[in-house]
Ligand binder design. Structure first.
Ligand SMILES: Cc1cc2nc3c(=O)[nH]c(=O)nc-3n(C[C@H](O)[C@H](O)[C@H](O)COP(=O)(O)OP(=O)(O)OC[C@H]3O[C@@H](n4cnc5c(N)ncnc54)[C@H](O)[C@@H]3O)c2cc1C
Length: 264
């Protein structure tokens, strides 16, 4: 059987994210949450691969507060088999290194995954570091910016990576971690039977007692980065609106304006 894991994150549903300027952390309770939109492509690709294989199983794994179970259930309603929530108050305040460490410890505990899928980046933190960092901690190859899975046979996966100016076709032996880009597929909408299945599925919680992770590697104490200061940028620029009869006059006006500012 091929065992597939998909890493997903629950993120604020709104662009209007509120930050606590004193602590430098996000006020998560102030916003609705959703499954990271870019992770839906990872979920979809795992399901498509499972549909092609004779025998495969997909587990969704997320680290976050208890409400992240909703995001796991959404992935299950799309077609994943089960899910695990990595959650403990001691994991709070984790930066990307400590998040990846904790996720890797959970993956090691669940053992035996052949492929790990994740999204290109989370729409809140947006570092894109967690996937590659998990692969590094688990000592497995990482294939990033994957826009197509070309072949998966005899323990080797071949993918198309989107790189500047073109595509790169690369192969890796499994186990491997793959982060996908949104061009890879069109995520499906969960059907009724998927929704019923996800409602019935119990999502086990992996807390600190269930994974092997020393306290100096998790949460705030395992995080070498610190939010030193947080502030809202103040926009002081004043724009100039160029009104012209046609594109040529507008271009000439713009050129004049840019020359007057020393830009050209
Ligand atoms: C100093 C510091 C303190 C922080 N404190 C807090 C805090 O108190 N509370 C808090 O909620 N956040 C905190 N964060 C943010 C936290 O580190 C990030 O939410 C987390 O590491 C994910 O990083 P990212 O959003 O950049 O994900 P990316 O690296 O952009 O995500 C890439 C992919 O990795 C996977 N992934 C990412 N995160 C997860 C996850 N949690 N579970 C499963 N898969 C995942 C997804 O597939 C995602 O598409 C803190 C960050 C820093 C730097």
């Amino acid at each position: 059987m091929t065992r597939i894991a998909v890493l997903i994150k629950q993120v604020p549903a709104s662009d209007n994210v509120k930050m606590d300027e004193k602590t430098g952390t996000m006020i998560r309770s102030a916003t609705d949450a959703e499954l990271n939109p870019l992770d839906m492509y990872a979920v979809e690709e795992a399901i498509r691969l499972k549909e092609k294989l004779e025998n495969a199983h997909i587990s969704v794994i997320s680290m976050g507060p208890p409400q992240a179970i909703e995001a796991i259930k959404e992935a299950i309603s799309m077609g994943c088999d089960d899910g695990y929530l990595v959650s403990d108050r001691k994991f709070a305040g984790a930066d990307t290194l400590s998040t990846a460490y904790t996720l890797s410890a959970a993956i090691r505990k669940l053992e035996g995954f052949d492929l790990i899928f994740c999204g290109e980046r989370a729409t809140d933190g947006e570092t894109g570091q967690v996937g590659p960092s998990v692969a590094t901690q688990l000592d497995m190859p990482v294939l990033t910016y994957v826009g197509k899975i070309d072949k998966f046979k005899n323990g080797v996966i071949r993918v198309h990576r989107s790189v500047e100016g073109g595509k790169e076709v690369v192969e890796a032996s499994i186990p491997a971690l793959i982060s996908v880009i949104k061009e890879i597929n069109e995520p499906r909408i969960p059907n009724l039977s998927g929704k019923i299945k996800s409602k019935k599925t119990l999502v086990p919680i992996l807390d600190l007692s269930k994974i092997d992770a020393p306290s100096d590697k998790i949460g705030l104490s395992g995080s070498p980065t610190r939010v030193v200061k947080i502030f809202y940028p103040k926009l002081s620029r004043t724009g100039k609106v160029i009104k012209a009869k046609n594109a040529e006059t507008a271009a000439n006006e713009l050129e004049k304006f840019m020359k007057s500012k020393g830009i050209l």
